[in-house]
Design a protein around this ligand. Sequence first.
Ligand code: 2PG
Ligand code: MG
Length: 394
Amino acid sequence: MKLDRIEARNIPDTRGKPTVEVTLHADELSATASVPSGKSTGSHEAKELRDADGGVETAVANVTGEIAREIALRDFASADELDTFLIALDNTPDKSRLGANAILGVSIAAQRLFAQEAGVPLWKAIAERAKTAPGAPRLYVNVINGGVHADFRLPFQEYILVCEGKTSSALATARAAFEKLGAELGDVPMGDEGGYSPTFDTLEKPFELLAALVAEHSGTSIAIDAAANELRNGRGEYTLLGKDYTAAELTSIYGSIVERFPMHSIEDPFSEDATQDFARLTDALRGKCLVVGDDFTVTNPERIEAAREAGAITAVLIKPNQIGSVKEAIEAVQATHAAGWAAICSHRSGETDDTFISDFAYGVGAHGIKAGGLGQKQRLEKYERLLEIEKEAV
Ligand code: 2PG
Ligand code: MG
């Protein structure tokens, strides 16, 4: 495929911060993609290129300048070939020269173009590329937002209702539960990811509320993203609700949460390099609750492989912008599956209308998709795209 025109621009994300949007043209075909942006980011992620004032003008200029120039000289046989070319063009281990945001925008738009050219839905093109069996992921609906996404009104970043089954029934369950919880909580602010953001003075309260929802709806369970990187206090310990905890104390808190409540998974229970703490918790919770790496593994096949050697986790969060290309995000899923672990595909806390992650999650047959609460349009759109896929896939 010959790409004859490349446009890029900045658009606001859900926090009003600028992010990159790319449009690619090839003959009569065109495709657009925009890139999300995280707030609780891991230090090992690929680098999102930001100007000194927080803008993305340099990243946009890299797309319309160097990337457009180099791509115009070539013909690409596949989206994979284009990604390989972009990774080599950047030529840094963390995409810090051209920017992971610039490269991923082109990579996703190209995946869309190649799917259009083949005349297949996006999720199907991804499944063929990844050699995976497509299927509906569990919905990880972030009903209560805390941590950096809600000014630490609660210590953990995400309290999630996991809904299983066909997307149409899982989403109906999530809607009913979300509404009920809203009525119970009354007038509380919304967090960054479209979930409620109340304050409570005990660690248990949000779990009690979610357990009541689980009791009412079959096929549901609880997950959290502790995002423990953000709970570090600089003394090698973690602070929750004003109290300090060692990793060992935190391990027993998680243990008792899993004993008392219907837990499905715990994400980033410790800080990003605390491999031994992850491994100890994974051993303690084996067969009872998944331990998920996010800042810990950053969608990086090498870090996933290292986690596998250490037996550190049982599931991996997959965020394409942590690694900066569709190709490597697929490799991260393959490394996850090779380890016998669950892949959970995820949005970022700063989102756009782009629903690529829904097609990606379905295409790779992910265990779950984490796309936020139901109180924000850009989160709902991801779940609604899965409803469309459910119809396309029959
Ligand atoms: C996370 C994400 C997405 P952020 O930690 O899992 O929910 O948050 O995009 O801010 O890193
Ligand atoms: Mg996380």
